[in-house]
Design a binder for this molecule. Structure first.
Ligand SMILES: *Cc1c(COP(=O)(O)O)cnc(C)c1O
Length: 485
């Protein structure tokens, strides 16, 4: 490096260090933390943060660290909100949980026990739903890849809804249906202007979705009963949801007018937010990285909640159909993150504190290998042992895996940490477990906290588990294919 570059580098570093405290204060966001009480956590003297009277610290002492904790009361509360019939309405929505969001059998079976069906997107998930005893009429099958064997299984069992992600799937559905002498209940996934498109669904705009419906209706082997629309882009406001539903409803009018098709099922997909989680805006991320400015916390009370979302879905669909004098279709919802996101937390421990020039690194035993979403979403972090000590120090909170990408929080103000302290990453119930990687470390245990009692839902992976499928010499006698193929 030239002398000039070195001088410029030093000057930049010094400027950042001088500006940091000024900007940290001057540009401090209004809200930087969500209170622990939001999740039903309470602080007890000498015990730190407790959930249902159980100190979180004691959980890692008993079950090991890191540790996933499922809060069953919160899970049941969310289910009840989704299944409630909104005030003044004759009926509510039918709910199918998105398996991929948090595929823990001990969680899924609680949902099913309360009347929630399964929204699946793979052959494995179909297998899992059937294994968990989900009735075929409580299964909706989506996704861009459906193996022939799984389509055959789905059709022969008579699942509730088989949704074609794109028109090209219809030929396979019809051929298998003809072979089996069955007539599956089919929907087509459509995409609106406000949601994901790309490989997902057939666009309403330009008439492609209408043509796909005409094609589907031409097959005598398919019973075209539904429309499927999953926004993909997270829904946080009434306006976002209303705009999306109105685009879908306008298309149902087109189907009625052009094809004489009256839908029995309107599947509005998922995408409702977890209120206490929000994608970190690029600008906030940069300010945090450069000037250690706190990342603003989302306002959970300002987000569209489950009850209002369900009420709005029913209201919008009912009034649309009432105006046209037609009977409203059944409304299906496929929540993922909104159902389980805020019902789980990830505990980890501070392994090492490493002192740098301008910060301290807190190296945890859990990183992006178990909490990938924390890289770009706001997730509240609590110091479990001393939650209300003043957040006096800035830490860069990193995980154990050997890549600079394993940074959970670039600059996080926390109470003074010491090695062995326990931290809680909140809202770990959506896309943490399924996105986990086994990069150098096995997977942690998952426990349920239910009415103050602990139950093991998944034991921690052992080193032996990590190599259980391997043969060192490559001497396996019979080729084995992945089941999804
Ligand atoms: C992933 C997915 C969902 C759930 O999405 P969330 O954003 O977690 O609510 C629902 N439906 C389909 C088709 C999906 O792919």
């Amino acid at each position: 490096m030239s002398l000039k570059n070195r001088l410029v580098g030093t000057a930049k570093r010094q400027m950042k260090q001088t500006l940091r405290p000024v900007l940290q204060r001057a540009m401090a966001p209004k809200r930087t933390e969500i209170p622990a009480s939001y999740w039903g956590l309470e602080q007890r003297p000498g015990q730190g943060l407790c959930l249902e009277g159980v100190p979180l610290k004691a959980l890692v002492e008993r079950w090991g660290s890191p540790l996933h904790v499922v809060h069953m009361a919160a899970l049941r509360r969310n289910v009840e909100r989704f299944l409630a019939v909104p005030q003044g309405r004759a009926g509510g929505c039918e709910v199918f949980y998105s398996y991929k969001t948090n595929p823990i059998p001990g969680v899924l079976s609680v949902l099913h026990g309360m009347g929630v069906g399964a929204e699946i997107i793979s052959a494995y998930e179909l297998w899992l739903a059937l294994k968990l005893g989900v009735a075929p009429e409580r299964i909706v099958y989506n996704g861009p890849v459906k193996s022939e064997a799984s389509v055959r299984e789905a059709i022969s069992r008579g699942i509730q809804l088989l949704a074609a992600n794109h028109a090209e799937e219809l030929g396979t559905f019809a051929r298998i249906a003809a072979e089996l002498g069955k007539r599956p209940r089919v929907a087509l996934r459509v995409s609106t202007d406000s949601g994901w498109a790309a490989q997902f669904g057939t666009p309403i705009a330009g008439g492609a979705a209408l043509r796909a419906y005409a094609q589907a209706r031409a097959s005598s082997h398919l019973d075209v009963v539904g429309l499927h629309a999953h926004r993909g882009a997270t829904i946080r406001t009434e306006g976002e949801f209303t705009g999306f539903v109105e685009a879908v409803l306008a298309f149902t009018d087109t189907l009625h007018q052009e094809l004489g098709l009256d839908l029995e099922v309107l599947d509005l997909g998922g995408s409702l937010c977890t209120p206490s989680v929000e994608h970190i805006a690029e600008r906030d991320w940069r300010l945090n990285l450069t000037f250690f400015r706190d990342v603003p916390a989302p306002d959970p009370d300002g987000a569209l909640g489950i009850s209002r979302y369900v009420a709005l879905a029913v209201e919008l669909v009912e009034s649309h159909y009432a105006r046209r004098g037609r009977q409203r279709p059944r409304i299906f919802l496929e929540p993922g993150r909104a159902m389980t996101g805020d019902t789980q937390l990830l505990l980890g421990r501070v392994h090492t504190l490493k002192q740098g020039d301008d910060r301290t690194w807190a190296v945890l035993d859990a990183g992006v290998n178990h909490a990938e979403c924390v890289r770009n979403e706001y997730h509240q972090l609590f110091h479990v042992d001393r939650p209300d000590a003043p957040a006096s120090r800035v830490y860069t909170v990193v995980g154990p895996i050997c890549t600079p990408g394993d940074t959970l929080y670039h600059a996080k103000r926390l109470p003074e940490l010491t090695e062995g302290d326990t931290l809680a990453i909140m809202d770990a119930g959506a896309y943490f477990v399924p996105f986990a990687t086994s990069f150098s470390y096995p997977q942690p245990a998952i426990i349920a906290l239910d009415d103050g009692k602990e139950r093991l839902l998944r034991r921690a992976e052992t080193f032996e588990d990590q190599i259980a499928l391997d043969t060192v010499t490559g001497a396996a006698a019979t080729p084995s294919k992945t089941e999804a193929a």
